[in-house]
Design a protein around this ligand. Structure first.
Ligand SMILES: NC(=O)c1ccc[n+]([C@@H]2O[C@H](COP(=O)([O-])OP(=O)(O)OC[C@H]3O[C@@H](n4cnc5c(N)ncnc54)[C@H](OP(=O)(O)O)[C@@H]3O)[C@@H](O)[C@H]2O)c1
Length: 370
C-alpha cells in the first residue's frame, strides 16, 4: 500500500496526480476531510477512479501511525519538515515502513541520517529523505561523476542552478516557509565526516550556458550518501551549492557570517520565525504555472582529484522543479512498493534504488543528461 501524507498541499496535490498517472492508487492522507474529499473528487473526474482518503494530524501521533503498517510505503509532503516532519518519520520507523519525503531542509536531513537512521536499522524501516528536485539530481550527477572519474577522487562538488526565472515568484508558500525556517538553523558539510557550518557560508560561480550563476553552500543528502558510495576508497570532501539567489547571493553569503551572532541575542530566533510567518502571507500558495513552465533546472556534478583537477563531470537538466519532485516521488513510491529498496536505515537515493534503476526512473521523471 502507498500512502500520500500531505496530499492536500501544493506539492502533495501534484504528487497525487503524478502517482495516479503512473497507475498507482495511493491512499490520500491529510488533516482536512473536506480538502481530501475535493482532491479525491477532482482525480475521479479526471478519470483516475475513486481513491481512499484518511484523516491524520501530526498533533495526534496515533492517527499518523494508523496510516501505515510494516512494508507499506509512506510518502510525506507535510512541511516545513523541521517543524512538522517528525511524526511521519517516527511512525515509519516504529512500524517498519518505507518512508520517502519532499524535504530540502538540512537540519531535518541530518536528523534522518543521524537520529532516525540507526533506529530504522533496528526496526527494518527504510528512510529515503529529500526525494525531490532537492536532492535527487545531485546524488545522481555526483554518483555518475564518481563512477566515471577513473582515478582517486578527493572531492565531489554538486551545483543546483536555476534558469528562466522572471519576475513572478516560482516557489510555493510551503517552500518559502521551509526556507525561512532554515535561517535560524545550523547546516553542515562533509570533510571526512559531517561538519557543522551555516547555510551559505561559502560561495562560488558556476557557468551554465555561458551565463555566470553565483551559488551558496547548503547541507544535503549528498554529504551522507556519496562518501558511502565511494566505499573504502574514501571521499574526503563533498560540497553542494544552490544557485537560486542570483545577484543576492553575495549579500546572503555575507549575512551568513553575522546571522549566527544575531541569533544568539535573546528572543532573536522567535522574532525571525514570526517575521517569516508574517511574510509568507504575501507568497501565493501556488506559484504561477506559466512562470514555472519557463524554469530550467541545471545540476552539475564534478569529481576532482586532490590537486583540484576535474576528473569527470555530469550535467543533468529538467524543467519545472515541482513537477520533477512530484514525478520522482511517484516513481520512488511505485518502485519501492513493487521491488522494495536495498535495505533498512537512512538511505541516499542511489543506495536505495541502485544507480541504473534510479537513472532510468529519473529520466522518466523528466531529468535528462546533457
Ligand atoms: N525537495 C524539493 O525539491 C521540494 C519540492 C517541493 C516542495 N518541497 C517541500 O515540501 C513541503 C511542502 O511544500 P508545499 O508547497 O506542498 O506546502 P503546502 O502547500 O503548505 O503543504 C503542506 C502540507 O502539510 C499539511 N499539514 C500542515 N499542518 C499539518 C498537520 N498539523 N497535520 C497534517 N498535515 C499538515 C498541509 O495540510 P492542509 O492542506 O490541510 O493545509 C499540506 O498538505 C515544504 O517543506 C517544501 O519546502 C520540497
Amino acid at each position: 500500500m502507498v500512502v500520500l501524507f500531505g496530499a492536500t498541499g501544493y506539492t502533495g496535490r501534484r504528487t497525487a496526480e503524478a502517482m495516479v498517472r503512473r497507475g498507482l492508487r495511493p491512499v490520500l492522507a491529510g488533516r482536512s476531510p473536506g480538502r481530501l474529499t475535493s482532491l479525491a473528487q477532482r482525480l475521479e473526474k479526471l478519470g483516475f477512479g475513486k481513491l481512499d482518503v484518511v484523516t491524520a494530524d501530526i498533533g495526534d501521533a496515533a492517527s499518523v501511525r494508523a496510516l501505515i503498517g510494516r512494508g507499506d510505503v509512506l510518502v510525506s509532503t507535510v512541511g516545513p519538515f523541521i517543524r512538522l516532519g517528525g511524526p511521519a518519520l517516527s511512525a515509519s520507523v516504529d512500524v517498519g515502513a518505507i518512508y520517502l519525503d519532499s524535504t530540502g531542509e538540512p537540519p531535518f536531513i541530518r536528523r534522518v541520517f543521524e537520529e532516525f537512521g540507526p533506529r530504522a536499522q533496528q526496526t527494518g524501516a527504510s528512510l529515503i529523505t529529500a526525494f525531490g528536485h532537492d536532492y535527487v539530481p545531485g546524488n545522481l550527477a555526483g554518483a555518475l561523476a564518481l563512477g566515471s572519474s577513473g582515478g582517486r577522487v578527493h572531492r565531489v562538488e554538486v551545483g543546483y542552478l536555476i534558469g528562466g526565472t522572471g519576475r513572478s515568484p516560482v516557489i510555493s508558500r510551503g517552500t518559502f516557509a521551509s526556507i525561512v525556517g532554515l535561517v535560524t538553523e545550523q547546516s553542515f558539510t562533509w570533510r571526512a565526516g559531517i561538519k557543522p557550518e551555516p547555510t551559505g557560508s561559502r560561495m562560488r560561480t558556476f557557468s551554465v550556458g555561458g551565463r555566470d550563476c553565483p551559488a551558496l553552500t547548503i547541507g544535503s543528502t549528498e554529504h551522507y550518501s556519496l562518501p558511502r558510495l565511494a566505499g573504502r576508497v574514501g571521499l574526503p570532501e563533498v560540497d553542494v551549492y544552490l544557485g537560486f539567489f542570483g545577484p543576492a547571493a553575495r549579500a546572503l553569503q555575507l549575512s551568513s557570517r553575522v546571522i549566527p551572532a544575531l541569533l544568539a541575542l535573546p528572543g532573536a530566533r522567535s522574532a525571525v520565525r514570526r517575521i517569516g510567518q508574517f511574510a509568507a502571507h504575501w507568497i501565493a500558495e501556488e506559484p504561477d504555472p506559466s512562470a514555472l513552465a519557463q524554469v530550467t533546472s541545471h545540476v552539475v556534478g564534478t569529481a576532482y582529484d586532490a590537486a583540484g583537477t576535474a576528473l569527470a563531470q555530469v550535467r543533468l537538466e529538467s524543467g519545472d522543479p515541482y513537477q520533477l519532485t512530484a514525478n520522482l516521488l511517484a516513481w520512488g513510491a511505485q518502485r519501492a512498493a513493487e521491488h522494495g529498496v536495498s535495505g533498512p536505515g537512512a538511505l541516499g537515493p542511489v543506495e536505495a534504488f541502485g544507480l541504473p534503476a534510479l537513472e532510468a526512473g529519473a529520466l522518466q521523471a523528466g531529468l535528462r543528461r546533457v
